[in-house]
Ligand binder design. Structure first.
Ligand code: HAM
Length: 433
């Protein structure tokens, strides 16, 4: 019987690892360019770290179990609670703002669908300790930067932004009951995602009726910030978050990123801890699931026992990003990483290849040779993926010479061994650290 991996997991063969490394390297380079430091936490945590503040949706998707000490444990579905825990543990000794990034492997027991798996990677960028909207704008700039680094343009994706603060102030200004605002968020979040009948069921379940339904419907109908402004015009003094989101958009414009970022009233986010600006990244046609999502969570660190500390961040998964890159033909072609293939003239004598390979590796050149004394033709077949080929052995080797061939141009020359090492080292590309 052949085993299969569990549903929703992936096997990464070398060609898949090359794509994953390409994605990780692009993420890491952007994080570095924006001044973020890397951190990591455990793959599993105490269950209540996730049940306390992340919200219903994520709790339903937890992989949890009892360990041998009868403790309730969960595989991490996100890293934000771990980050909050780590920030609380270091407390005031951390110089603010903290700008940290991580690429955790996460686990969610999701219903299987395109773009959603049960195990995936997610880049996280978070800024802790900065209350100003400039932190939110800087994160959006980082998202755009990395998407552009993948050669994606504003015609390929958009960042859709809203503000929970704005929504709650608007709802309150329009007379919506404060205690039902979390339920209103869930309904706004479902705009365009569920059938009208299902929406009616949500209203009924949450006890939202009459004029309160109308308030939500009016808000849902707003296609722009100006519509929102008009809706609450009579109560504008009760909606200071309007000025904040305006400031956010003027910063986005100063970054020169207006073509990438738009207001979208339906972006509320499923996680419970967001308090301010929230955003999601979608492909232009919205034909795929969200590529990234995040926002401001100014209360979470205090809720975890820390000092009141503002925070904002986002997570970008590798699954939908990969689908989009594939759709746009932006995945680099697979290339076997080895640079130089060493061919023995004489299949029964592997010693020159061994000593030549050892010296090349000392010089930082990646190389390989046939391990089982194959004939010349077979060795040439293996050499096809290499950038350069070195032919060692025979009379040339005895005279201290090596023939080298550039597999791109086909050019061949016989050179002294020392010169061969230098030439072969010239175009080598060590993997990124
Ligand atoms: P999230 O919206 O749950 O946010 O996830 C962010 C991204 O992770 C999604 O947009 C998607 O790309 C990816 N993702 C989520 N679930 C799956 C899945 N089952 N399969 C594949 N990819 C998935 C968070 O996790 C927040 N903790 C992000 C954050 C960081 N907020 C502040 N800081």
């Amino acid at each position: 019987m052949a085993f299969q991996g569990p549903k929703g997991t992936r096997d990464f063969y070398p060609e898949d690892m090359q794509v994953i490394s390409f994605i990780f390297n692009t993420w890491k380079r952007t994080a570095w360019l924006f001044g973020f430091e890397e951190y990591e936490g455990p793959m599993f945590e105490h269950l209540d770290l996730f049940t306390k503040k992340s919200g219903e949706e994520i709790v339903k998707q937890l992989y949890n179990f009892k360990d041998k000490g009868d403790r309730d444990i969960a595989l991490r579905p996100e890293i934000t609670p771990t980050l909050a825990r780590m920030i609380v543990a270091r407390g005031s000794s951390l110089k603010k703002p903290v700008k940290w990034f991580s690429i955790p492997r996460l686990f969610r027991y999701e219903r299987m669908q395109k773009g959603r798996l049960r195990e995936f990677h997610q880049l996280n960028l978070d800024i802790i300790g900065e209350a100003g909207i400039s932190a939110d704008a800087e994160l959006i700039a980082a998202v755009v930067f990395m998407m552009k680094s993948f050669c994606l343009a504003s015609t390929d994706f958009k960042i859709r932004v809203n503000s929970r603060k704005l929504m709650s102030e608007c709802l309150s200004a329009l007379g919506f009951p404060a205690e039902k605002i979390p339920a209103a968020y869930s309904i706004l979040d479902k705009k365009g995602k569920i059938e009208p009948e299902a929406l009616q069921e949500m209203y009924a379940k949450d006890g939202i009726a009459g004029s309160d339904v109308q308030i939500i419907e009016n808000l849902l109908a707003c296609a722009s910030l100006d519509h929102v402004r008009a809706l609450v015009a009579a109560k504008a003094d009760q909606v200071p978050a309007l000025a904040e989101i305006d400031e956010f958009f003027s910063k986005i414009s100063a970054y020169g990123l207006s073509e990438f970022v738009l207001f979208d009233i339906a972006v509320i986010r499923g996680l419970a801890y967001y308090t301010g600006i929230v955003f999601e990244v979608f492909d232009e046609q919205k034909s795929l699931r969200a590529i990234a999502g995040g926002g401001r969570y100014d209360a979470l660190i205090e809720q975890f026992g820390g000092e009141p500390t503002p925070a904002v961040g986002f997570g970008m998964g590798d699954v939908v990003l990969y689908e989009l890159l594939k759709e746009k033909n932006l995945i680099p072609q697979y290339r076997k990483p080895v640079d130089v293939y060493i061919i023995n003239f004489n299949k029964d004598d592997s010693l020159p290849a061994i000593s030549f390979a050892s010296l090349l590796r000392e010089k930082g050149v990646s190389c390989e040779f046939s391990l089982k004394g194959q004939n010349f033709k077979k060795q040439m077949e293996h050499a096809q993926h290499a950038r350069m080929v070195a032919f060692v052995g025979g009379d040339e080797w005895k005279e201290g010479k090596v023939k080298i061939k550039d597999m791109g141009s086909g050019e061949e020359k016989v050179v002294e061994k020392d010169e061969a090492y230098s030439i072969l080292a010239m175009g080598t590309h060590p993997p990124a650290p």
